[in-house]
Design a protein around this ligand. Structure first.
Ligand SMILES: [Zn+2]
Length: 334
C-alpha cells in the first residue's frame, strides 16, 4: 500500500504542535529569540518529544518554543498556511486544525485578530493547494472560565468564515466536564459543533459527560471506553466519531505499547474511529506514517483504511456539499 497516495481526512491536529523545524529556526532569528543554538538537530529536540517520553507533562513542554514564536499575526498565518501545504503533500483532502486563541495574547494580540490570522493562512493554503479545512477553537481546562466564554463569544463571528467547533483540551481530570455545562450552553445555538478531549488518560465517565452534557459529536482519543461498557455503547449507539492518535497515546503513556491501541478492535466493533496525528511535529509523525504504523503493527488493511476515511468524512464538521466531494475519493481505495 502506498500510504502517502491514499486520500485522507485529518480531524485532530494542533497547530502549535505542528510547526516545521525549519520554520521555527527562521522565526527564532526573525524574533531575535535568545537560544543556545540554531542547529537543526538542537531545535528539533526542543520541538519533538523523545520516544522514551515519560509523561503528558513532558509532552506538553514541547509546546513552549512554538508558542513563543506564535505571537504575531504574520507568524500565525504562516504556520497555518504551511500546515495546509504539508497536508497537501500527505494527500489529505480535508483537515481540521485546532488551536487555543488564549495562548497567543503574550505580545498584545487580540482574540479576533488571532483567529483571523490563522483563518487567513488556511484560506491562502486552500487557494494554493486545494485542501479544504476547518478551524476548531480550543478552550484549555486550566484557563479562567470567563476568558473561555470570551473565546466562544468572539469566535462565533467567524463561523461562516471557517471556524467550525469548540474543543476542550489540556490535562484531563476525572469529572471535569460538568464544570463546563454553562459555558457550553449556547455553543450549539451559535452554530458551533463540539469535540472534546476525553477518555485519553483513563476516565471513561468523561466521555459519557462530554456527549450527554456538552453535546460532543466527536471525542478526542476516547481510548478509555475500551474498559467501560456503558461508555462504549453510548459512543457506538450515538455514532460518535473517535479521533484516535496512537503514536501520541504511546508518547503520553495513555497506552503502554502501540500494539495495545484499541483502534483495530473499535473498527471491528463498528465504532466510528478515525486516525489522526494530534501533533505532526511534537509527535514526529505524519498522517501517512500513522496509517503505515497501524498497518504494520496492528494489521489494519485497505478495507480498514477505507472505513477510517469514511468515518473521518462522516465526522467532519463541514458542509454536506464538501462531504459529498470527499466521498468521491473512496474509489481510490483499491
Ligand atoms: Zn489533542
Amino acid at each position: 500500500m502506498d500510504f502517502k497516495k491514499l486520500p485522507k481526512v485529518e480531524l485532530h491536529c494542533h497547530l502549535d504542535g505542528s510547526i516545521r523545524v525549519s520554520t521555527a529556526i527562521e522565526l527564532i532569528k526573525k524574533e531575535n529569540l535568545e537560544i543556545e543554538s540554531l542547529d537543526y538537530d538542537f531545535i528539533k529536540k526542543k520541538l519533538v518529544v523523545e520516544d522514551e517520553c515519560n509523561s503528558l507533562d513532558e509532552y506538553l513542554e514541547k509546546f513552549d518554543l512554538p508558542l513563543k514564536l506564535m505571537q504575531s499575526e504574520e507568524n500565525l498565518e504562516r504556520i497555518a498556511y504551511e500546515l495546509i501545504e504539508d497536508s497537501f503533500k500527505e494527500n489529505i483532502k480535508y483537515i481540521e486544525i485546532r488551536f487555543a486563541p488564549l495562548l497567543h495574547l503574550e505580545k498584545g494580540l487580540e482574540i479576533d485578530s488571532i483567529i483571523e490570522s490563522v483563518l487567513r493562512g488556511m484560506e491562502k493554503g486552500e487557494k494554493q493547494f486545494g485542501v479544504k479545512s476547518g478551524l476548531i477553537l480550543c478552550i484549555l481546562r486550566h484557563m479562567p472560565k470567563d476568558r473561555a466564554r470570551e473565546v466562544i463569544e468572539i469566535g462565533k463571528r467567524y463561523i461562516k468564515d471557517g471556524v467550525v467547533a469548540i474543543d476542550l483540551a489540556g490535562s484531563e481530570l476525572e469529572g471535569f466536564v460538568k464544570e463546563y455545562k454553562d459555558i457550553f450552553e449556547k455553543v450549539e445555538q451559535y452554530g458551533y459543533k463540539v469535540t472534546i478531549h476525553a477518555g485519553e488518560t483513563g476516565f471513561s465517565n468523561n466521555v459519557i459527560d462530554a456527549i450527554n452534557i456538552l453535546g460532543a459529536k466527536r471525542i478526542g482519543h476516547g481510548i478509555a471506553i475500551l474498559k467501560d461498557k456503558e461508555a462504549f455503547n453510548l459512543v457506538k449507539d450515538k455514532n460518535i466519531v473517535l479521533e484516535m492518535c496512537p503514536k501520541s497515546n504511546v508518547q503520553t503513556k495513555a497506552i503502554e505499547k502501540y500494539e495495545h491501541h484499541p483502534i483495530k478492535k473499535f473498527l471491528n466493533e463498528e465504532i466510528k474511529a478515525t486516525l489522526c496525528t494530534d501533533n505532526n511535529t511534537v509527535s514526529n509523525v505524519s498522517l501517512s506514517e500513522e496509517w503505515e504504523s497501524t498497518n504494520k503493527i496492528q494489521g489494519l488493511d485497505l478495507e480498514d483504511f477505507k472505513r477510517i476515511y469514511i468515518n473521518g468524512v462522516y465526522g467532519a464538521f463541514c458542509s454536506k456539499e464538501v462531504k459529498k466531494e470527499l466521498l468521491k475519493e473512496v474509489e481510490s481505495f483499491k
